[in-house]
Design a protein around this ligand. Sequence first.
Ligand code: ITT
Length: 188
Amino acid sequence: MLKSSNLYFVSSNSHKFEEVSQILASLKIEIKFINSELEEIQSNSLKDIAERKAKDAFKKFKKPLIIEDAGLFIDSLNGFPGPYSSYVFKTIGNKGILNLVKTKRDATFFSLITYCDKKITKTFEGKLKGKISFSSKGNGWGYDPIFIPSNSKNTMGQTNIKNNFSHRSKSLKKFSKWYLDMLESTGQ
Ligand code: ITT
């Protein structure tokens, strides 16, 4: 049975919410969506960005919530686009990334989930290693069509089991364990 709690996910990205709600449902947690674009500070640290975003969201909505800051870090580009993944996707897109990446194609997706309520701010990290493909393949959203996870021949856009192994599922698994323990220990 789902643990029906008063937990919200704040984001402007409905693809992220869809994945977050499915992953959390499989971990027995129900989540509600607040569709809102939060300001992001400029920093090289996804954790700093995520924690500031979560605190700002809590100030605004005054409900226990989680937010995510995610990014694709490409080794040969010294981690670019990293914290700027959303902006870079909107500007140069997958075609632009494919033009930039040459022989060394290793990359890592990171997902930082930050929980915030009036007493606690806590962050959970998930990462997924892989490679940038030579061309765009499959569907999905964002960088899915150009990212091939390690141990796979297909891009994330060509699989329908992304939620079983993604960076997001890893950060959310860590979060859910902590969150369910926290609810139990506080009698909620
Ligand atoms: P919010 O900040 O409003 O939640 P956003 O899309 O701006 O939404 P991020 O700042 O976390 O989210 O940006 C991360 C970008 O990285 C995202 O816009 C995608 O382009 C890309 N990205 C992150 N996770 C991805 C995934 O699972 N598949 C494909 N692209 C992903």
